[in-house]
Write a protein that binds this ligand. Structure first.
Ligand code: ADP
Ligand code: MG
Length: 342
């Protein structure tokens, strides 16, 4: 495994250019119906998301099921064609680059999925699964690839003997280690991890998270860590973005999100987490009602029908994600017109 280069792992200081800039990214899925399969509307899964990732940092992305987290991750990777917006990796636009440029950049951004079983080819032995990206990108000689596979197994805590075994012979945690090894094969800078531990037992979750933290330090990786589980996000993240119905409604340093949640949706999300420490128990009302449909989102602030602080004005315009000066976190952004009063 290569050591972290000086440009990697510099921490989320904010002063340097971001390694990844997502700018007004949109992904709509057309809904077709009727005899002529005419377009009847759109599922607005991602509705204009912008954020920066600093090299070496972990941004946690949280929100209820269906809010667009996976679509955002997949669209950033260009596994889905964006409807609009830009994704700049080290200043290079992944949305408007050619297929061959995208192929060359593929190794730099990799994804880890929730269910390693369905993302690993059941017919291939693990060694071949891990080696496949090296074969596709024609990295090194066959002997060098074999060595790289052994090194990757070691890096993720798998014994070398596993290379001849098949995915079904592994436990969930071991399979996720295989998924991580495969994602690391091309020495990526950025890993988008979509609910990587959500399918695992709690005891195994901690092992896989600790492995990811260890690998990040060792290799200078940058993570976009998607999860609906706030405790996992609190453990691993430097910054946290809260997503609601296709948009980011609050983003800040982790400490700020957990000690001074400001958007009413963030407060409601935190309120819904069981809190054993009475000093940290919160007094806000828990979240009410269902997440609305991304086909016909509510007018104005999409959270207004569920928000205990909503006023008439909240139904009019979509609130921009703006700097919030109510905390000492200069990175704190909130999309709520009542942020200074509530
Ligand atoms: P999350 O990961 O936060 O649970 P998703 O990104 O999976 O959310 O889904 C966001 C919305 O987009 C949901 O309403 C989902 O039904 C819809 N969606 C996701 N993928 C597709 C697709 N391929 N076609 C149509 N709608 C989709
Ligand atoms: Mg998802």
């Amino acid at each position: 495994m290569s050591e972290a280069s000086p440009t990697k792992g510099s921490g989320g200081s904010g002063a340097t250019a971001p390694i990844l800039r997502v700018d007004d990214l949109k992904k709509f899925y057309p809904i077709r119906g009727g005899v002529f399969s005419t377009k009847q509307g759109d599922v607005k899964a991602v509705q204009g998301v912008s954020f920066d990732l600093q090299a070496g940092e972990t941004l946690g992305l949280v929100g209820e099921s269906g809010c667009g987290k996976s679509t955002l991750g997949r669209t950033v990777m260009r596994l889905e064609e964006p409807t609009g917006g830009r994704v700049l990796y080290r200043g290079k636009d992944l949305v408007n680059c050619s297929k061959s440029e995208l192929f060359a950049l593929r190794g730099d951004l990799q994804m880890i999925f929730q269910d390693p079983y369905s993302s690993l080819n059941p017919r291939l032995p693990v060694g071949e699964i891990i080696r496949e990206p090296l074969d596709v990108h024609k990295v090194g000689t066959p002997a060098e690839r074999e060595k790289k596979v052994r090194d990757l197994c070691q890096a993720v805590g798998l014994k070398e003997e596993v290379i001849n075994r098949y995915p079904h012979e592994f436990s969930g945690g071991q399979r996720q280690r295989v998924g991580i090894a495969r994602a690391l094969a091309l020495d990526p800078d950025i890993i988008i991890a979509d609910e990587p531990v959500s399918a695992l037992d709690v005891s195994v979750q901690a092992q896989v998270i600790n492995l990811m933290v260890h690998l990040q330090r060792q290799l200078g990786l940058t993570y976009l860590f998607i999860s609906h589980d706030l405790s996992v996000v609190e453990y691993i993240s430097d910054s946290v973005a809260i997503m609601y119905l296709g948009r980011i409604v609050e983003k800040a340093k982790k400490e700020t999100i957990f000690s001074r949640p400001t958007h009413p949706y963030t407060r409601a999300l935190l309120e819904s987490v069981p809190q054993p420490d009475p000093r940290r128990r919160r007094t806000h009302v828990p979240i009410q009602g269902e997440i609305p449909s991304p086909v016909n989102p509510p007018s104005g602030c999409a959270f207004h029908p569920r928000c205990p602080f909503a006023i008439e004005a909240c139904k009019k315009d979509i609130p921009p994600l703006e700097p919030f000066s109510g905390t000492d976190d200069s990175t704190h952004l909130v999309a709520c017109i009542r942020k200074n009063e509530i």
